[in-house]
Write a protein that binds this ligand. Structure first.
Ligand SMILES: CC(C)[C@H](C(=O)O)[C@@H](O)C(=O)O
Ligand code: SF4
Length: 483
């Protein structure tokens, strides 16, 4: 090993190089391949046609998430033909090629980016790929994790390797202390608001600084999840005691002596003091307010105390046209206060914000209140394990009593690939990660927010600053509840 100072990314990359031919992409070894129903059918078909096996079935894990209906009685026989075929095909492929599948009725089923970490499959220092852009989520553990296309899925299935050109490095430090009510989601939305949706193109981001270190693993996953929305190849956070405590004792985590060896290795992954990045940016946590997206990209975002912008941030002809188009699509008038925007629907879920901590935070806001009469709201836990834990804690009852629907795990209303879609013109406060035109259904309007902000909007019927929330009957714990 060289004694050159290296970043977390460089250490993980260097230890996975199979061969790096001059002037050609590096061949990287892949430790873990996550698979879901949407991007895998052609990949398996390619293998079948070539008469190849899966090289390392023990390094693959599959689940169904994008297409599965979230109403219990609708999960057995899926009405949508394409969805049904994709799920049946995944089932057949996993059986034929010997890949472990967490199927629709398995107690481990859930959104692929939720179940990997909670089963201890995701570990620091790994290379992780999946035919899914939000694979960046797993970078929260100090893994190099990124999305790949279907032809690359086939390549990884066949060889357990992937040709990759080396990305640049970008450290984003968030220093200081978040105010109560400001969350990991607000950090990442504020970052994307600052650098734009192509702000990190060609780079792997390392999130650093005291506010990032203070985050739980759930919060770190939320931040890394949205790296792709800033154009980054991946997002990473150095593993530390918080990481080790989360990974310890999970089903696929190392046990006994192996655990101590693993932790010793994971400790060595942090960026060396003095190692340099291609780019650096520092934000102050105190400056970050709860965020609400107003437009049709995650970069079109403002603090809840702000207004829908009146002028295009980018004054070029194309910038102005994009701005006007976003306003028109979102049916918003320039200059309107964010807290004046009324909503029809609330979605608490997705691989960004459907973990237990997200549901706890939303439930604290909702407790003792009722969903506004003009709003219909639902909570979709990210996995069966999250659902079971939430039910054990009584969170389901808080949501149901407040008038929320309580659903089965899946991607749900994050994207219009299953029955959970908005009608044209409906406006939704959503804890997901994308607000593109038509993302939650043709002609629908999406506003990206944190779980706390979504919960508060469900009750108020419009956006409110959750920092001023009335925690019904729990005033004495209000501060703790939103922090
Ligand atoms: C369906 C899948 C390929 C897609 C992705 O890659 O991200 C989806 O998960 C999304 O969030 O848009
Ligand atoms: S929850 Fe949404 S963002 Fe995450 S994998 Fe599913 S569709 Fe993609």
């Amino acid at each position: 090993m060289s004694d050159k100072l290296r970043t977390l990314f460089e250490k993980v990359w260097d230890s996975h190089v199979v061969v790096a031919p001059e002037g050609e992409p590096t061949i990287l070894y892949v430790d873990l391949h996550l698979i879901h129903e949407v991007t895998s059918p052609q990949a398996f078909e390619g293998l079948r046609l070539a008469g190849r096996p899966v090289r390392r079935p023990d390094r693959c894990i599959a689940t169904v998430d994008h297409n599965v209906p979230t109403i219990k009685d609708h999960r057995l026989i899926i009405a949508d033909q394409i969805a049904s075929k994709q799920i049946l095909t995944l089932r057949d492929n996993c059986k034929e090629f010997g890949v472990e599948l967490f199927d629709v009725h398995s107690p481990e089923q859930g959104i692929v980016h939720v179940i990997g970490p909670e089963l201890g499959i995701t570990k620091p220092g790994m290379t992780i790929v999946c035919g899914d852009s939000h694979t960046s989520t797993h970078g929260a553990f100090g893994a190099l994790a990124f999305g790949i296309g279907t032809s690359e899925v086939e390549h990884v299935l066949a060889t357990q390797t992937l040709p990759q050109s080396r990305p640049k490095t970008f450290r984003i430090s968030v220093e200081g202390k978040l105010s109560p009510g400001v969350t990991a989601k607000d950090i990442v939305l504020a970052i994307i608001g600052e650098i734009g949706t192509d702000g990190a193109t060609g780079h792997v981001i390392e999130y650093a600084g005291s506010a990032i270190r203070e985050l739980s693993m759930e919060g770190r996953m939320t931040v890394c999840n949205m790296s792709i929305e800033a154009g980054a190849r991946a997002g990473m956070i150095a593993p530390d005691e918080t990481t080790f405590a989360y990974v310890k004792g999970r089903r696929y985590s190392p046990q006994g002596d192996k655990w101590d060896e693993a932790v010793a290795h994971w400790r060595s992954l942090a960026t060396d003091e003095g190692a340099t990045f291609d780019r650096e940016l520092t934000l102050r946590a105190e400056d970050i307010a709860p965020q609400v997206s107003w437009g049709t990209s995650p970069g079109m975002v403002v603090p809840v105390t702000g207004n829908v912008p009146s002028t295009a941030p980018d004054d070029s002809e194309a910038g102005r046209r994009g701005f006007e188009r976003a306003l028109a699509y979102m049916a918003l008038k320039p200059g309107v206060p964010i807290t004046g925007i009324t909503i029809d629907r609330v979605f608490i879920g997705s691989c960004t914000n459907s973990r237990i901590e997200d549901l706890r935070a939303a439930a604290r806001v909702v407790a003792g209140h009722h969903v506004h009469t003009n709003v219909s709201a639902m909570v979709v836990p990210g996995s069966q394990a999250v659902k079971a834990e939430a039910e054990r804690e009584g969170l389901d009852r808080i949501f149901l009593e407040a008038g929320f629907e309580w659903r089965e795990p899946g991607c749900s209303m994050c994207l219009g690939m299953n029955p959970d879609i908005l009608s044209p013109g409906e406006r939704c406060a959503s804890t997901s990660n994308r607000n593109f035109e038509g993302r939650q259904g043709a002609g629908s309007h999406t506003h990206l927010v944190s779980p706390q902000m979504a919960a508060a909007a469900a009750v108020a019927g419009h956006f409110v600053d959750v920092r001023e929330w009335n925690f019904a009957g729990q005033e004495e714990t209000a501060h703790a509840a939103i922090s």
